[in-house]
Ligand binder design. Sequence first.
Ligand code: ADP
Ligand code: MG
Length: 703
Amino acid sequence: MTEQKNILSYPIEYLKGVGPLRADWLKKELNIFTFHDLLHLFPFRHVDKSTISFIKEIKPTTEFIQVAGKLNEIQVLGERRSKRLIAYLRDSTGVVELVWFQGINWVQKFLQEGNNYLVFGRTTMFNNKPQIVHPEIEIYLPKITQEKASFEPIYPSTEKLKAKGLNGKQIAKLTQALFTQINENDLPENIPSTILQQLNLIGRYDAYKNIHFPQNIQVYEQALYRLKFEEFFIAQVRLNLIKLARHKVSKGVKFEKVGNYFNDFYNHHLPFELTNAQKNVIKQIRQDTAKGHQMNRLLQGDVGSGKTIVALLCMLLAADNGYQSCIMAPTETLAQQHFNSISSLIDKEKIQLSLLTGSTKAKERKEILANLKNGTTHFIVGTHALIEDAVQFKNLGFVVVDEQHKFGVAQRAALWKKALTPPHILVMTATPIPRTLAMTAYGDLDYSVMNELPKGRKEITTVHRYDAQRINVMEFIRTELSKGRQAYIIYPLIEESEKLSYEDLKRGYDDVKSYFPEPTYYISMLHGKMPTEQKEVNMKRFVEGKTQIMVSTTVIEVGVNVPNATVMVIESAEKFGLSQLHQLRGRVGRGNEKSFCILLTGSKVSTEAKERIQIMCQTNDGFVIAEKDLILRGPGDVEGTRQSGALNFKLASIVNDKPLLENAKDAAEKLILEDPEINLANNLPLKKYLLQQKGGNNWSKIS
Ligand code: ADP
Ligand code: MG
């Protein structure tokens, strides 16, 4: 069992040029503990010092350049903060200005007019003339310069490390030393050769070598491409293995037949024609639940895409197979709403439906629980109250979790432990996630998308208005109300101070009331801190059309369905994130009338906020918005995503390397489908690699 220790796991102090002291700094500042860690500190760029350009070649688009020439006219200009040293470098083709703001004394001592210098740096244009600020500069000795000509890696360093003499260049020296100590055997191939050939990828060792020390830009790009692919590919293989293992170990109840409950509803009571997206998802779920393994499916549908009816049809399918279903919603209002809409759709003679929330009265609750336990109840809708131990089912077979991100994993797990065989789970989220993010963050789940809205929906018109135009906005609301429509006015929730937020809301409410006085108009108000009962009453009045305006914080956000509401005004819209704005806007445009969303802001709006508002005005498509959100904020911050190691790619980016991710996903899926145990000779290097990695044991256990 004495396997030879991989040199890459050696502590960094074993590297030539790194003593205990430097090792300490590298650990503290850059998290470099081992050879492996240093190998994975990638240069953030390379500078091309293989050629010396002519000064006349500097163009506005030039980034970095190396030039050589005679230095003259060294002079110090300005005072104090604007003090700078300027010099001119001239070759046979032109002249470039060199500028220093710092280290002026040193430069003055070191540079001499009339000498020849080799200069490297980032070029800028100043008054149409080329300029290099803080260039790298050294005496130009043509012969020596030619010998050390290269494509130089620049590594990230930190201020502290630089102060200790470990700047980007010195780190390059360490990496160079590392490569004298490792060879091809230390970085064995982990991608099957067929895939390497198919995608024209270079080998693993070469890739590492060339991402650090390429001879030219082409080989660097090949190296980068290969390593990015590797990151995606390995992650996708893992996700596929997890999914496979889950399907294998998790026995699920079988929904073998489609019976009367489903057919009767589908053929006689469906209130509208299903969209193709809805039909597809139902088909996927039917296939999945018939297989005998537990379904764990994430359903992503844009706001208003009609997820509720999909859930209901699946619950009817469960009932046809003798199983109970439940829907868990994040708030009482939503649970109530699901209860109402399902009540109005189903035949209550045949299907027993109940509602359980925190405010269900004790006596009623007792009865509900009894009926659930003895199997009389088919469907139960509820809030977190469903998770409690007292809630027991006779045979729970299907669980719907609405608006997924409000629940923790543990809470959901508690639900599916309520059955001997775990029930099928359908998690519905209305926060669209870009495809690439879903592929990496949810790749181990079964996954459906509904990116189609029901027919007849009118586009919501979204506009940006400034506070100064408030009167116009109010008049616009008045026009809509006069047609019998309703409106929402939303205030941001200031999380640090519930109290302040309430005062804001109250002021807003009074303000709205002065525009829309009783008895012509009635207004509802909702606030997170309001007693639940009060909330329910106020919401109900709005749902029933007894009030025309709903003034609310974002508690209204998720899922609320009032098709008669056609105006959504969002106050201080600059304070909201994209997905939240989209969610809020999704409260209107749910009926057949034309709807409007008005984003109100003060006169000063940050560039980013402006960008968000612009995107909102341009598109209604939640998936497009999610893509933009991903670009604006990066993968870690996009709402509705779970923490996932799969997102920690060092080189690859799910924003910029989409085609590569698609390739990696296809290749991984194909491989696991053909060789689920990874036993084919061609795939063994991959298996070996996976087993050696952290968590490798885990994988071998389940495979
Ligand atoms: P969400 O996906 O946001 O939860 P809902 O399930 O609340 O959406 O549906 C939004 C509205 O669209 C509801 O009023 C629902 O009755 C209606 N609806 C759902 N599917 C269709 C369809 N295929 N055709 C027309 N209206 C539909
Ligand atoms: Mg919904």
